[in-house]
Design a protein around this ligand. Structure first.
Ligand code: ZN
Length: 59
């Protein structure tokens, strides 16, 4: 199963989440576009490095 980085935003949370496991990174208050782009890059790098909890989908 391919994991995907998905943006989640509601009253209680806004940030990037993994589509197949509980991994997530909360977005801080972003003051500028530059800050947002930097955050998105960090989120992408962390996402690429994280290990999905595959126990949920495979024995
Ligand atoms: Zn994951």
């Amino acid at each position: 199963m391919n994991k995907r980085l998905i943006w989640v935003e509601d009253e209680h949370f806004s940030g990037w989440c993994c589509s197949v496991c509980p991994w997530g990174i909360t977005a801080p208050r972003l003051e500028s576009t530059v800050a947002a782009l930097a955050f998105n890059r960090v989120a992408q790098e962390d996402f690429d490095k994280h290990a999905c909890v595959s126990a949920l989908t495979q024995p």
